[in-house]
Design a binder for this molecule. Structure first.
Ligand SMILES: Cc1cc2nc3c(=O)[nH]c(=O)nc-3n(C[C@H](O)[C@H](O)[C@H](O)COP(=O)(O)OP(=O)(O)OC[C@H]3O[C@@H](n4cnc5c(N)ncnc54)[C@H](O)[C@@H]3O)c2cc1C
Length: 409
């Protein structure tokens, strides 16, 4: 059986390792942290996964928290006016539910499951020098280290990367105590609040170490009022500052959130990164080659909440490509072809995500406005989060948008 090494125990690395074990591959995962260290660590993401990505996990028996985790049945959009009034408010129902399981819960659980299923787990923060040595010992080495330093092994692809700096400053808090949403008390939804020229606030139902919760997640345009985290406030001050911003820009969300409490002292996060597509093959000084996976090769801004979804889809594409390879070597040509199979899909996610980072063009404003009065449009937008390749057919292009809106009017 081929020996596969995966560096990085996140959504893509662990999913690929666990699914390769279904086929008895000799799999080793190198994780920077033990399961307990992950559980005791800081939150890492908001990780809302939509139906198509959840289905992949379900098919492989990896949906261990499906029953406990809150079901997310819709996606809502609100827009704030200059006087902080709510000038737009609608919700589109998802055809099948989404879920967000705190990566501290999921990755710790999956690491333990991998050992139970016969995978090897080595707790070690891998360096480039380590990789140089390790490539000689394995038939295939995959780097799934997210946005960690190992990405520097993979060159930026300028043709696919329009940005050279972060497009949003991120800050989030996991909270308990948000009351049911008054607009639709009978079902849970992700809410996408737009504050023109300032940024966005997402409110996302999730499952964390202490049960179900909600995540408040600001994306701020750099240099604007939501770009205010350089002093790295402590957890309570972080939450209070978020609430102050909500009171100023999104009073309807503040009303719900004014009495919330943090789920735990490590339930806040700040940061930002440059969206980037990289070449998939990393060359090592020894002449060895490693294949990059998920965020290592395609890192999008979380404005569209696609990173974990992409990671799940990337791991599934890589799994199939490995299985189809049989006994042939995993050479550079195969690595590039494997990545391009994933890019066939991921390019649409990147294009759509990058488009949402700019000021909305006229046709997008028209789509969002129509969704308020036309449920078909609202639903198509909401379900696009599960398969964003749909957006190329109606959302991304003014003429196609016009034709679609005329068709459903
Ligand atoms: C604020 C924020 C909100 C987000 N919200 C969403 C969302 O709502 N929906 C969504 O789908 N996605 C979301 N994402 C993106 C999502 O979290 C990532 O895209 C996804 O986790 C990427 O998976 P991955 O397997 O590539 O890497 P990760 O899940 O990041 O895993 C990488 C792993 O590699 C380990 N590692 C790093 N370096 C080394 C090393 N040298 N040696 C060993 N191990 C190493 C890390 O510790 C980590 O365990 C969000 C991201 C952020 C930052």
């Amino acid at each position: 059986m081929p020996k596969v090494l995966i560096v990085g125990a996140g959504q893509s690395g662990l999913q690929l390792a666990l699914t390769l074990r279904e086929h008895d591959y000799d799999v080793t995962v190198m994780s920077a942290r033990t399961p307990d260290e992950i559980r005791r660590g800081r939150v890492m993401s908001t990780q809302c996964m939509f139906a198509d990505a959840l289905a992949i996990e379900r098919d492989h028996g990896l949906n261990l928290w499906e029953e406990q985790a809150e079901r997310v049945e819709g996606l809502g959009v609100s827009v704030a006016g200059p006087d902080s009034s709510r000038v737009m408010d609608w919700v589109g129902k998802l055809d099948a539910y989404a879920q967000s399981v705190d990566q501290r819960v999921k990755m710790a659980g999956w690491l333990e499951l991998l050992e139970k299923r016969g995978g090897k787990v080595v707790t070690h923060g891998v360096t480039t020098a380590d990789l140089d040595r390790l490539t000689a010992m394995y038939d295939l080495v995959i780097v799934a280290a997210g946005k960690g330093e190992l990405v520097q092994l993979f060159d930026r692809n300028p043709d696919r990367s329009p940005f050279t700096r972060p497009q949003r400053i991120l800050s989030l808090a996991y909270v308990h105590g948000l009351p049911t949403r008054p607009e639709h008390p009978d079902f849970r939804a992700v809410r996408f609040n737009l504050i023109p020229e300032v940024g966005e606030l997402f409110v996302i139902p999730a499952y964390t170490l202490s049960g179900n919760c909600e995540i408040l997640f600001f994306e701020g345009i750099p240099g604007g009022p939501l770009d205010c985290w350089d002093d790295r406030p402590g957890p309570q001050e972080h939450l209070d500052r978020m609430r102050g911003l909500m009171q100023k820009f999104l009073p309807w969300e503040y009303e719900r959130a004014k009495d919330v409490t943090l789920t735990d002292p490590l339930a806040t996060l700040t940061g930002g990164y440059t969206p980037m597509v990289r070449y998939p093959v990393g060359e090592l000084p020894s002449g060895g080659a490693v294949l990059g996976m998920a965020d290592v090769v395609v890192a999008n801004d979380p404005i569209t909440g696609q990173g974990s979804n992409n990671a799940a889809k990337c791991a599934e594409v890589y799994l199939n490509s490995i299985l189809e390879r049989g006994d042939q070597p995993y050479d550079r040509e195969w690595m590039s072809a494997t990545f391009e199979r994933y890019w066939d899909y991921a390019q649409h996610v990147t294009a759509w995500t990058n488009a949402l980072l700019g000021p909305p063009p006229e046709h997008v404003l028209k789509i969002l406005g129509t969704a308020q009065v036309n449920d078909t449009v609202a639903r198509r937008f909401a379900n696009g989060f599960s398969d964003p390749s749909d957006f190329q057919h109606w959302f991304m292009d003014p003429d196609k948008a016009e034709a679609y809106l005329a068709e459903v009017a």
